[in-house]
Design a protein around this ligand. Structure first.
Ligand SMILES: C[S@@+](CC[C@H](N)C(=O)[O-])C[C@H]1O[C@@H](n2cnc3c(N)ncnc32)[C@H](O)[C@@H]1O
Length: 211
């Protein structure tokens, strides 16, 4: 009951990284398409990619005119487009080897385009115990506040988990700590920024150098 959707909580943070007037953006590992739908309200066209047929079937029910729901594996299938203004991903990068996926995403961006992703880090109590404590306390406090708001409003929202949430493909033991992600990503994306977010995620952002 007090649980809530940490991925949805970070949608706004990622949307803040959209470049102005984006014409074409990509969502990698779109799941049931909630974030792609938010991108579709801001970009002329969205390619939303997932390797799970069940996820793409669910997502396509959204029936949005400017979204292409694409069944495919980002590591092995050709991407639906290129020269993207922005590439986004929520909770999918830890499903795949970073050193394989980052060059693919980098190549698919236009110069000046932006990559912004959140994903799960491996637990790193040595460096991040203070964040873990804040996350545990904040999760309960915000969970109680969101539950109250939902009850008062007589409905959903306030980061309620969608019914299909538990059917999403998950990786419960992410392979890399935030620090390891930063180190691996820097090999492929010079100038990349990686930082730990409170609620059990990291944020990776990179702007492809112009020219
Ligand atoms: C935990 S779910 C997150 C879904 C969605 N982004 C969200 O925030 O609700 C991770 C998704 O990444 C997809 N995925 C994992 N590896 C992938 C790959 N190599 N290519 C495309 N999609 C992938 C999975 O099928 C799954 O739907």
């Amino acid at each position: 009951m007090l649980d809530w959707d940490h991925n949805a909580y970070y949608h706004r943070l990622l949307l803040g990284h959209l470049p102005p007037d984006p014409s074409r953006v990509l969502d990698v590992g779109c799941g049931t398409g909630g974030f792609a739908a938010e991108l579709a309200a801001r970009a002329a066209h969205v390619d939303a990619l997932d390797r799970s047929p069940e996820m793409i079937e669910q997502a396509a029910k959204r029936d949005l005119g400017n979204v292409s729901w694409v069944l495919g594996d980002v590591l092995t299938d050709p991407l639906p487009g290129r020269d993207y203004d922005g590439i986004f991903s929520i909770c999918a990068l830890h499903h795949m080897p970073l050193r394989e996926v980052l060059p693919i995403l980098s190549a698919a961006l236009r110069p000046g385009g932006v990559l912004a992703a959140i994903a799960l880090p491996r637990l790193d109590l040595f460096r991040e115990s203070h964040v873990e404590l804040a996350a545990a306390a904040g999760h309960r406090a915000l969970g109680a506040a969101y539950l109250t708001r939902r009850r008062l409003n007589g409905g959903g929202g306030f980061f309620a988990k969608e019914p299909a949430h538990d059917a999403m493909p998950m990786v419960l033991n992410p392979p890399l700590t935030t620090r390891e992600v930063a180190r691996e990503a820097a090999v492929v994306l010079p100038g990349v920024r990686v930082r730990r977010l409170v609620f059990w995620r990291y944020l990776l952002t990179w702007e492809k150098p112009a020219g």
